[in-house]
Write a protein that binds this ligand. Sequence first.
Ligand code: 13P
Ligand code: SF4
Length: 362
Amino acid sequence: MLSAPKASDSLTLEEVKSQIYSRNNPTLTPIDIEMHASTVHRILELKKKHNVFMLGHNYMEPLVFGLSTEQEQGDSLALSMKAVETDSDIIIFNGVRFMAETAKVLNPNKTILIADKNSGCSLADDFGAEQVRELKAQNPGVPVMIYINSYADAKAECDVCCTSANAEKIAMEMPGDELIFVPDLFFAQNLENVLKGEKKIIYPGKNNETKGAVCEVHEKFSLQDITAMRESFGLIKGHPNRMLYVHWECKPEVLQEADYYGSTTQIRNHIAARVKEGTLEKAYVASECELTSNLMEEFPTVEFGTACSVRCNHMAKISLDKIKPILEAIDSGSDLSKWEVNLSDEIISKAAKPIEKMLSFS
Ligand code: 13P
Ligand code: SF4
């Protein structure tokens, strides 16, 4: 995705600095670069020395995102697939805890580390296994599809997992006319609208008392905000070279206003294709703002609208200053339990089924 410093290169501090400057990321000032280059240098040095695989979600701030090579970056689906493919014994997951849990389920014998185990997600934190059991009891025999933004114990109760990159496809692959989808209420309604009645979607709160969840970041976008953005930034509806991109976790009326909706990597790939054709002038992405910071670096010819108050506080917990001590501890052979993600064998074996089923469809 980005021309990030490669972990395989042995770089001096000056080389690391000059690589960061050459990225020309408009959100990285010389102050940021001078302040953090030595930490980036040390992390990359130890990453290479210990053959650490460092996955980086698209929402990571640019300096953290750049610690991962292109092969280590992506959305939830891409990162799950990459977690399976690596031959490194140690994975550091720069993302939130449910993502690191997914990596652990897929790699039970590897060491999975995360810079802050408290990096949650409102979707995963506000919905659990108990609520899945409730919905299953009310709808016996109906398959359950769970969004990847959930913890392993909730996944363990479900038939299949999905991400925003494959929900529509997997919903149609599942047997029967009905499907329970948890936990995201907006995503569920968006799925219902997109499938146009081809499959009945049962979700928390729809003719039942079960409480669902929403993404605390994407719920912030109202239709009014989006229309105001169209007007102030010149994203004229129907203009061939100006695009409003929206993530699946937004409210249904916001998704319906989009020129394109998808997962973070699908949005990135759509932008890449339009840039290649030379047909994208301006874009606004209704999602977490560091995604836009990374897109601005990768696609300098596109003028991006920004809203940097829209930040996921959970993703923001993953910082250079918290990643470096993990690598120092690996280097000195110290205890890693502060960062290590562990799950019981029972949860791993149960949660592996829906995740592997999803990967078999992807
Ligand atoms: P993606 O799978 O699209 O990267 O989304 C993950 C997420 O948490 C969105 O808020
Ligand atoms: Fe969870 Fe929303 Fe943050 Fe994504 S942006 S990790 S869905 S809280």
